[in-house]
Unconditional design. Structure first.
Length: 166
């Protein structure tokens, strides 16, 4: 499976010290040049700037095809490029994206999509990280989601752990 990441999931996974799960889950992650540029922005958090200054070998930067698709005009450059790259590559492709509009557009185009929370949940299922700790760290960033969704993830994780022990 080809995995393409938008800026937000990478940003948050780096900030909560969980980016190491990506190669364990997906082996390699492609990012469009526009995502690299967003990660390198002068306003990026110090941890993200340090990470992107020495990209891990499992991250591959790829140019995205030019698109004049009006349906993508409402999205930022990274989201547009990630969707365009996902459409240009042969399936199966998985898109890592948090932005609701971007996720909706990807779904409309039948591109499978997950976000930061999905990556964390998948990593927890494979025992690559402790989900409550990761979510607590995520809560200390500017990541926004509903408290109900966090509680749902924590309850499912607790149930998974309980079943695993019996």
């Amino acid at each position: 499976m080809i995995v393409i990441a938008d800026t937000s999931p990478l940003n948050y996974l780096v900030l909560i010290q969980a980016a190491h799960v990506l190669p364990q889950l997906y082996r390699q992650v492609l990012i469009p040049e526009a995502v690299l540029a967003e990660l390198q922005d002068s306003d990026a958090p110090a941890a993200v700037a340090a990470w992107v200054s020495s990209l891990p070998r499992w991250v591959e930067v790829q140019p995205a095809p030019d698109t004049s698709d009006a349906a993508l005009d409402e999205l930022d450059a990274g989201e547009r490029a990630a969707i365009a790259l996902a459409q240009a590559l042969p399936p199966p492709v998985l898109l890592l994206m948090d932005d609701v509009r971007g996720r909706n557009e990807a779904s409309r185009r039948q591109i499978p999509v997950t976000g930061t929370l999905g990556v964390l949940q998948a990593a927890a299922i494979r025992d690559l990280l402790d989900l409550p700790t990761a979510l607590a760290r995520l809560g200390q960033t500017n990541f926004r989601t509903s408290a109900a969704l966090i509680e749902e993830l924590l309850a499912a994780d607790a149930e998974r752990k309980r079943r695993h022990q019996t």
